[in-house]
Design a protein around this ligand. Structure first.
Ligand SMILES: [Zn+2]
Length: 252
């Protein structure tokens, strides 16, 4: 199993945890970053656990737009550490924080997302994208200008028509443990072909329903896979294999 989206830098006792996760069948994790500081942390972890971690650098969109000096630092970091970096993320467009942003800041976010897409093209890297609800369509429109860039829409929530267009464009979509207790996510999983579906925990983000009070770790992937087996049919091992190969396909 591969966790296709986790904030690994936010966990303590990493060494013990990775040991345990490996014993429980977690092959790798796709480690995203939220800003410059966490990008450096993720790359440090990548050096410590090169085979276990697929590392990305990026700036989470649910905050103020990034400062221009930091954009330059990111660009230099990507050039200098290119060998450690497998993707840009997470990046995208704000939704939950939209009402906290001025019109100018919202415009700047759109410009900056285009900038990340350009870098992804230049460096031949995929993108881990946060763009939910009304913002998914806008992110897709920007991506369509550079169709050679592959993207993973993580924890997607979007209107049916937009999901279909994301699938038609060949991008990947992931589900979280929410799929175990939320109808919206179950409907999404039904719509996405198994060849474009990824599984993630977005850990250490915590969940409700049966996971209330449970710490979020990649071990929850088992629950997601069991639910997917129910939704998609077919043997458990096939669902595991397919989601692993999808993750490796985009995050090479
Ligand atoms: Zn995330």
């Amino acid at each position: 199993m591969i966790d296709s989206h986790i904030h690994l830098y936010q966990y303590d006792n990493i060494e013990k945890r990775i040991d345990r996760w490996k014993k429980e069948g977690i092959e790798k994790v796709v480690a995203v970053s939220n800003d410059l500081k966490s990008s450096y942390e993720t790359l440090k972890l990548k050096q410590q656990y090169p085979d276990f971690i697929i590392a990305g650098v990026g700036y989470h969109p649910e905050q103020l737009p990034i400062k221009s000096s930091e954009i330059i630092e990111f660009k230099n970091l990507i050039k200098s550490e290119r060998k450690l970096i497998s993707f840009i993320g997470e990046v995208g467009l704000p939704y939950y924080h939209l009402d906290k942003l001025t019109d100018d800041e919202q415009r700047l976010h759109i410009e900056q997302f285009s900038y990340w897409v350009d870098i992804a093209k230049e460096e031949k890297l995929p993108l881990a994208i946060h763009a939910v609800h009304s913002q998914a369509e806008q992110a897709l429109t920007i991506l369509k200008q550079l169709p050679e860039v592959q993207a993973h829409f993580h924890w997607l929530k979007a209107p049916e028509q937009v999901v279909k267009r994301i699938v038609a464009a060949g991008h990947f979509i992931s589900v979280t443990p929410e799929i175990c207790y939320r109808e919206r996510d179950q409907k999404l999983a039904k719509m996405v072909p198994i060849t474009q579906l990824l599984i993630e925990t977005d850990g250490p983000w915590s969940y409700n329903g049966p996971f209330e009070g449970t710490e979020t770790t990649p071990l929850l992937l088992n629950d997601i896979l069991n639910k997917l087996k129910e939704i998609k049919g077919g043997p458990f091992s096939q669902i595991v294999q397919q989601t692993v190969s999808n993750t490796k396909k985009i995050y090479r």
